[in-house]
Design a protein around this ligand. Structure first.
Ligand code: WTA
Length: 659
């Protein structure tokens, strides 16, 4: 966040009461009701979560203990001894509870005519078939399967098929490069990769299979690659390894039922790689019982899902938001989830509103970066469409600045709809701090109050809770069912990253303050993670991509404020001796990062730096680099500890030449 944004959040005084209409049927009807639930959840967590897990899910075997944990070890177990299957909970049980012929998933492709609807029965049948395919290909309980797909229904089908047979899925966002895919596949040693011929985006066909091919030359664990035909472009298939989805799904042997595998509550449901402040991406993993309970619980309370609602979360399933709020949460509740393949601005900046009108969407959940980019096109685009079906608006991914909040409220919500600004993370599995739509008075820019079961606090460097309106580190003091259980292959990193900084608590990596009424105001990351258009990027990853270029000696990456993206990537690069700075080299370096990580990681600005500001012990002082990138050179702070303070003047001069 920029200093200006923080300033405007500090002075934000507006307040909106929850709407009166909708309260009668809401899952939580008032602030008092929320407070009572919250109180119970903190005083009697075992009782509360046992009730929730029973109300929301079907278990094939009851648990022995609700919670066992030790944050020092760390070890967290929810519902130990219990058994269930996530696909059974998202599909089978809805075949007999009156929802068999209800739309589970409605898919809207980029072309307006490209719509596919799956009832619960249809989705169940497809999932069983693909589960049978996986089994036939030799996938057993516990084997990993990587999914590298655009937003097509096959992605949801493949996820649930994995869940059905107990094979953890690892979804790799289709915007990642071949090298990123390779690293993620190798880290969890997947047996199967599912990909597609291409991604369709803004009228273009972007081939995807070549990335998979390139990655697979260095992925020894992968035995088969299943390819979904989506765009219909020419694809090279490797005999013996590659199979078409539509062929394998037609095999005789895969038709018919596939019994759901009974899974222990603590068996891994999926792995999802996310960026950290150091090193390569971490394979955050979630387990079956706790994650699914939490995804269903939060979907029900925060989106107030009811049976005739159409729920639309615009995230990509490649991120945690899509996992929890397109697939697992809504389907566990038997809701109708809308899945959209394309972008908000194609063919025109009213695509989202046109879809809301077309399907009469009730709950709409998107990111501040989307709102800011649509704000720029003007409110006329929202006025072209009947948005009267909308009931709840949501926001996720980064702090929503009050200007964007107000625009969303006025032009999409017509001044009436609640906006749930949901703070959470890949690691938390589900929403953590958020208003409840019919209970919580709203303050633009605040994620408001912790959800039931969430013991959130703000502490200082010494792990002491700070007073009202004092900034500090956001930590969670008690486990919740949806929390991560580990980092794949890296138990030490799991401990170091989340449980060592503040003893006895989960460290979120975010800074925040809490006002007199207990409302949380999230200030953004306090570590070296930056948030570009709601996507988490580790500066260390981008630096190592830059340094892998033959001309680069050293690189330092920081976030820089950006009107639409929130933050953008600013890289300082020192060349090896003998290489010349040039515009061509700048372009080549940007291309190199795209190739190494993916387009989302390409720096907005690269500045050649003859030297980087370092302490005498050789540590790069990123604070100074951030200030220079953000044009805040008047407040550089103490530079006396630098080994060579003249570097700073050189960098400031160098930046002036760039702009
Ligand atoms: C940021 C996305 C402020 C935060 C679900 C967090 C937010 C990181 C909000 C996690 C919000 C997410 N207000 N900041 N409503 N939602 N963040 O893992 O910095 O991709 O730590 O999970 O996004 O990003 P991740």
């Amino acid at each position: 966040m920029t200093a200006d944004n923080i300033e405007s959040l500090m002075h934000e005084q507006r307040r909106y009461e929850p709407p009166a209409t909708g309260r009668d049927t809401a899952h939580v009807k008032s602030l008092d009701a929320y407070q009572a639930i919250y109180k119970r959840s903190i005083e009697d967590p075992d009782g509360y979560w046992a009730d929730r897990a029973t109300e929301l899910l079907t278990w094939s075997k009851p648990w022995d203990t609700v919670l066992e944990y030790d944050f020092d070890k760390p070890e967290i177990k929810w519902f130990a001894g219990g058994q269930l299957n996530a696909a059974y909970n998202c599909l089978d049980r809805h075949l007999t509870d009156g929802r068999r012929n209800k739309a589970a998933l409605i898919w809207q492709g980029e072309a307006d005519g490209a719509v596919r609807t799956y009832t619960y029965q249809m989705l169940h049948d497809e999932v069983c078939r693909f589960a049978n395919v996986l089994k036939k290909l030799g996938v057993k309980k516990g084997d990993r399967v990587s999914l590298y797909l655009p937003m097509v229904p096959e992605l949801a089908i493949a996820m649930l098929a994995c869940a059905r047979i107990g094979a953890p899925h690892s979804i790799v966002f289709a915007g990642f490069s071949a090298n990123s895919l390779r690293d993620r596949v190798n880290d969890c040693e997947s047996k199967i990769l599912v990909c597609s011929d291409a991604v369709i985006r803004s009228g273009k066909t972007i081939p995807l299979k070549p990335n998979a091919d390139q990655a697979l030359t260095e992925c020894p664990s992968v035995e088969k690659c299943v390819v979904v035909r989506h765009a219909g472009n020419e694809v090279a298939m490797q005999a013996g390894r590659d199979l078409w989805w539509h062929d394998v799904m037609c095999d005789h042997g895969v038709q018919g039922a596939c019994e759901p595998e009974p899974m222990d509550a603590e068996d891994v449901l999926f792995i999802l790689y996310t960026s950290g402040s150091t090193g390569k991406p971490k394979g955050v993993y979630h387990t079956t019982g706790g994650y699914l309970t939490y995804a269903a619980h939060t979907s029900q309370l925060v989106f107030d899902l009811h049976d005739d609602d159409i729920h639309w979360c615009t995230a990509d399933i490649g991120w945690i938001t899509g996992h929890s709020y397109i697939v697992y949460g809504p389907l566990a509740l038997g809701a109708t989830s809308l899945m959209f393949e394309s972008v908000p601005t194609y063919p025109e900046p009213d695509r989202f509103w046109q879809i809301c009108e077309k399907f009469k969407v009730n709950i709409f959940y998107t990111a501040p970066t989307v709102i800011r980019s649509l704000m720029r096109s003007g409110p006329a685009w929202t006025q072209k469409h009947d948005l009267s079906s909308l009931r709840i608006l949501g926001s996720v991914g980064e702090p929503i600045n009050p200007e964007a909040w107000m625009w969303y409220h006025e032009h999409v919500g017509h001044g009436k709809l609640p906006i749930v600004d949901t703070w959470w993370q890949t690691e938390t599995g589900g929403l953590m701090i958020s208003p409840l739509p019919y209970a919580t008075p709203l303050k633009p820019g605040s994620a408001s109050l912790p959800l039931p079961g969430i013991d959130a606090a703000i502490v200082d460097n010494e792990n002491k809770e700070v007073g009202p309106n004092q900034g500090g580190f956001l930590v969670i003091k008690k486990p919740w069912p949806g929390m991560l259980r580990g980092i794949w292959n890296a138990p030490e990193r799991f401990k170091q990253q989340y449980f060592t900084g503040f003893k006895g608590a989960y460290e979120s990596g975010d800074g925040a303050r809490r006002d007199e009424e207990g409302y949380f105001w999230i200030m953004g990351r306090v570590d070296d993670v930056i948030n570009v258009s709601g996507h988490r990027m580790g500066t260390a990853e981008i630096e190592s991509a830059l340094v892998s270029h033959p001309t680069v000696a050293e690189a330092a990456v920081v976030g820089m404020p950006h009107d639409i993206k929130g933050q953008s990537i600013y890289a300082y690069v020192t060349l090896k001796a003998g290489y010349e700075e040039s515009d061509d080299l700048l372009k080549a370096l940007k291309m190199h990062v795209r190739k190494e990580i993916g387009p989302i990681a390409a720096p907005e600005v690269i500045q050649f730096a003859p030297g980087l500001p370092k302490t005498r012990s050789g540590k790069i002082m990123r604070r100074i680099l951030r200030k220079i990138a953000s044009n805040e050179v008047d407040s550089l702070g103490d530079t006396s500890t630098l080994a060579d303070p003249s570097v700073v003047t050189e960098l400031i001069d160098g930046k002036k030449k760039l702009f």
